[in-house]
Structures are given as C-alpha cells and as structure tokens.
Unconditional design. Structure first.
Length: 611
C-alpha cells in the first residue's frame, strides 16, 4: 500500500510540474508498479487492451475523417450562423449541443464527434480553441447525467438498487440533476475558461508559420476570374483526342488546367472525383469536365467548334488530387532568359505554370510568351507529388512552403455526405440497444469504413490523426486503479471516510460519500469507483434508515463530474493535445468546478430525492 501511494504521489508531482510529458510520466509509474511487485506484467499492460483505449484510437480516426472531408467545417459553419460572432453564444452552443449529444452517446464518443467541429468553429470565428475544448470535455460528462444510459455509473447504481429490491430509476429520472449540472457548469466555466485558460496561439500565427494557403494563392493571382468549365458530351468532337492534339493555346489562346472525372452512386452519397493535370498525352473521354482559363469569347468558340457544353458559371478550383505552390527561380536557373513556351516545363515536370509574380506585379495572361527572370516567383499547378518533387531540384529554384503538408489540409468535400452517413450509423449502433453491436465494435467498424471509402487520402493519413500521447496516457494510468484496489488502499479510504461521517448526520454522510467518490475518481475510472462506492452508500443509508436514492445518486454524480486532471476521464485526455493544455490547466479550471459542483449537489440531491 505504501509503495503504491508513493508512486502515485510522485507521478502527481511530475504531472503538476509539467517538465516531463504526461505519457512518459504515466509509463514510468507503470514500470515502477511492475518492478515493485504491486502489479504483474499482465495487470500492468491490461490498459492497452482495454475497450476504452481501443475505442479512443478509433474515435480519433473517425474525428479525423470528419475534419478531412470538410464535414466538421460544414456543421461548424451552420452552428456559427446561429451564434454569429458572439463568443458567449459560441460557448453556450458548444456546451449545450455537446451536453445534449452526451445524454445519448458515451462521453468519449461525444467529444470525438464534437472535437473537429469545435476546432473548425474556433477557426471560423477566430476564437482560441483552448477556450472551448476543455468546456467541451466537461460538458460531455455533464450531459451524461441527463439520462439513464448517459454514463456507465448511472447503470451501476441502477443495478445496485434493483439487486437490493428497490424501485429502479426511470430513463429520465436523472434529468433534473443533469440540468443542474449543466447550469452550474456554464456559470462556473464561462469566467474560469476566460480568466485561467491561457491563449495557445491564433489563426494568424498559424498562417505566418505555414505561409500562404491555397485560398490565398487563388485570390492573389485572381485565378477564378477567367476560369471556365466545359463538359465533354456524347456528341463532342474532343472524345479520343489528346490535349496536345487540341492545341488550344495556339488556336484559341486558352490554357487547359485540369481534367476532372466524377462518378456518383447511391443517390450522391458515394461520390468519386479524380483530378488530373492537363498533360499533353492525356486523352479526353465522355463525361470529362475540362477546366481552362482565357477570355469568355474564345472559350465560347472552342466549345462551339468541338460541341462542348458549358459547365456551371461559378467554376472554382479544387485541390483534391492536384494542388498549387510557388517556386522562386534562382540566378543560376537554366530557364532564366528563355520564353516559358520554350522551357518545356509541363512536359518535363508534369506541372502547369499558372502565373508569374515579378516586382509585386502578377502576370497571368499570355504566359507562354513571358521571358523568365531570376527572382521570378512562378505559381505551379500539378499533382501534389509532382509539386513536392520540384523541391529535389534546388539548384534552379526554391519551393515555397510544404506542398505535402498543404495537401493534408485540403478537405475532400465530396466525401462529406458519406462521412456523415458513417458517423450517424456509428451513433445509431451506440445508442440503440436493439442493434447487437458493442460500442467499441461500432467505432472500429466506422473507422475502417472511413479509411476504405476514401475519406482519407491514405491509410498513413488516418494513422496520423491518432493522438498517441493521449492513448498511452489513459492506457498507462488505467492499471493504477488495479493497484489501489489490489493493495486495499481504495477500500480503506472509502470505508474510513464514509463510516466515520455516518455518526455526524445524514447530510455529513452524503457529503462524505460524494467527496470520497470524487477523490477516488481522480485515480480510478468512474465506473470502477461507482462499483466500489455503491454498496458502501446503500449500506450506510440503510443502517441509518434513510432512503438510498440520494446517496447512490451522489455516487454517480461524483464519479462522473471529475474534472481536476487530464486522466480522470477519457474526454479530458482527448482534448489535452488539441487544446495544448498542461496538467495545471485542468487543476486551475477543473478543480474549482469539481468542488463547486459537489457543494451544489449536496444541497440539491436531498431536495430532488428526499432522505
């Protein structure tokens, strides 16, 4: 027992100081428990096979797909229209929407679903995400108190009541408690998150770090002004012809930028879009959509001559498979002093030159006749891989920015309906009992479908969305509960505090049970704490001839309302990396909320459920 408490105390100190990464601290504590003989290797490593940990990893992938497909930005934009630019309204909507979802979905699943949406909302409103993500995690736990299925401790006390012969609680019997929790959370978190959570950077800083975005380049070079879209129909004369055979620049002074092929199945949910830069040997086929730049009159003549139908008027560039970047020509570049049409740039490097920036001026017309100068900045377009490959030829030019990193930020908008369908199916499997699928299985199915259906660019992109620091932190801390139970530490604390306070009256006993549970939940999972404390609560109340309901509800509320550390609950760990929080950030904001919530609950529970 002494060894366990010492290891726990030392780990808590390192967590608080923050000089060592939290996952490394947790792993060191785990190793010490093995070396000291408190835990066997099997017990110590049990956290890494826990369904909760596996579910967290899967939910990171689902959340990454929601971001990658632009679904998060879409939903966030709709919520933003309700909130406007009011930071207060944004905060309230985040808390209320999260709490509502948390009433029917596990708090871990709720945070994983809302995390990318809140990050997108913060970016759209230029609000610091760190001011919203911790309230998001806490709101998911508060929402779990609204219904019987909202959080596992609720089911634990329901089982304890029925086994003891008492009337079970109804599905919405918890709702008044949950509403009070949400109200207290809003009142306390609103000032605390603003005063105590430091800003972790803003969109402007991010932009300065990574340079110009694709939207910046499109606007800067005014690429959408003369952009047109033509579709190859069944009767079109371009079918079977290559780009080189059309010779559109010499004949019409037009430049073909890309050819897009779209396939839609399943009423628009399953959509595949393939983009290809317009290489000279590319052959056109029926259904192809040609994107080109030039004067509208010349585009009309080209369309008439080859029986092409006009696309939509709001043609705009997308960057699913192809992208753009700027390169700066060096003094020793072999193309300096030559006309662009004589460089063979497209043929050699499979990229198009879309514009030239020289002395603060932008050249986008008649580009083939432009002579290259040292120091010119060329805007190139092509596949992301081909653009990245330009960086290998640094003797002639320098590629500005990181093309492959920019590619990872491009949203696959056409996959958003599919991502939404997968996400809703996952939620349905987690909510409805008549679907015989365990929550962890539902999450694994959803994460695999997100990858196989193309909601990510690659499997590697999916793996990169997993926050391994949070996964290791939770997996390494979970066996701590085994150590505390195995050594009798948790039983000694719970029996000692609850038993000693029983003589001081019902309210003192209620407070003792609540804060004992609250203390244990900081080191043991909330479900394990509820299992441990529920029999003590019902035995103590029965001994004093009191109703067990307020005491058991004190157990479930205290087990769920644990905010003072990042490893108290999986939602707290999920937002830690995204919000750039330290251990002390949770103490500064979560501990006051946890204490205030306890005081309010001790006063409210006897009123809602008389003793």
């Amino acid at each position: 027992m002494t060894v366990t408490l010492i290891i726990l105390a030392v780990a808590a100190v390192f967590f608080a100081v923050g000089k060592v990464r939290s996952d490394i601290v947790a792993l060191c504590a785990l190793v010490l428990l093995i070396v000291s003989g408190v835990l066997t290797p099997q017990e110590a490593l049990s956290g890494f096979s826990s369904p909760v940990v596996i579910m967290m990893a899967g939910l990171f992938i689902v959340g990454g797909a929601v971001l990658q497909t632009g679904l998060a930005k879409m939903i966030g934009g709709r919520i933003m229209r309700l909130a406007g630019q009011s930071e207060l309204m944004i905060f309230l909507l985040v808390v209320l929407v999260t709490a509502f979802i948390g009433a029917f979905v596990s708090n871990t699943g709720t945070v994983a679903l809302m995390l990318p949406i809140v990050v997108s909302m913060a970016a759209l409103s230029k609000t610091d995400a760190s001011r919203l993500l911790m309230p998001l995690a806490f709101a998911s736990s508060m929402g779990g108190m609204l219904t019987l299925i909202g959080t596992p401790p609720n089911l634990v006390i329901q089982d304890t009541l029925t086994n003891a012969g008492y009337e079970p609680l109804s599905f919405f019997a918890f709702s008044p408690i949950g509403l009070v929790c949400i109200a207290v959370g809003i009142v306390v978190l609103l000032p605390l998150s603003k005063w105590l959570l430091p800003k972790k950077g803003n969109a402007g800083n991010e932009r300065r770090r990574r340079g110009k975005s694709l939207a910046d380049l499109v606007e800067e070079y005014r690429l959408n002004e003369n952009l047109h879209r033509l579709k190859v129909g069944a009767e079109s004369k371009v079918k079977g012809k290559t780009i080189a055979e059309l010779d559109v620049y010499n004949r019409y002074r037009l430049t073909i930028l890309e050819v897009r092929r779209e396939k839609s199945r399943g009423r628009g949910i399953l959509v595949d879009i393939t983009q290809a830069a317009a290489g000279p040997d590319m052959q056109l086929d029926e259904g192809d959509i040609i994107y080109l730049t030039g004067e509208g009159q010349q585009v009309g003549e080209f369309a008439a001559d080859y029986t092409l139908t006009s696309g939509k008027d709001d043609a705009s560039l997308d960057f699913f498979d192809i992208g753009m970047a700027e390169i700066v020509l060096m003094l020793q570049c072999k193309y300096v002093g030559r006309l662009l049409k004589d460089t063979g740039f497209r043929r050699k490097y499979n990229v198009n030159i879309m514009g030239v920036r020289r002395d603060g001026k932008y050249i986008t017309d008649n580009l083939p006749e432009v002579k290259m100068h040292a120091g010119d900045v060329l805007l190139v377009q092509g596949s992301w891989e081909n653009i990245a490959r330009l960086g290998n030829d640094e003797d002639h030019w320098v590629v500005l920015g990181q093309p492959l990193e920019e590619a990872s930020r491009v949203t696959l908008d056409y996959k958003a309906p599919l991502a939404a369908a997968i996400m809703l199916a996952m939620v349905a499997m987690m909510v409805f009992d008549f679907i015989p699928v365990a929550p962890v299985t539902a999450v694994l199915i959803a994460s695999i479908l997100m990858i196989l259906s193309g909601c990510f660019r690659s499997v590697e992109a999916a793996y990169k969305t997993i926050n391994w620091e949070s996964i290791v932190l939770i997996a390494a801390m979970m066996p701590m509960s085994i150590a505390l139970e195995k050594t009798g530490t948790s039983a000694m604390i719970s029996h000692g505090l609850a038993g000693g306070l029983g003589e001081m009256g019902p309210l003192a006993l209620l407070a003792g049970i609540y804060f004992t549970t609250s203390l244990l939940t900081m080191f043991i999972s909330n479900t394990a704490t509820a299992v441990l404390m529920a029999p003590i609560a019902i035995a103590s109340s029965t001994e004093l001839q009191l109703s067990p309901y307020p005491f058991l509800l004190a157990v479930t509320v205290a087990a769920s309302m644990c905010f003072a550390s990042p490893f108290s609950t999986p939602p707290n760990a999920l937002v830690m990396k995204a919000g750039q929080y330290t251990f002390m950030d949770y103490v500064k904001v979560g501990l006051p909320l946890q204490i205030i919530m306890g005081i309010v609950m001790i006063a409210i529970l006897p009123l809602l459920f008389p003793m």
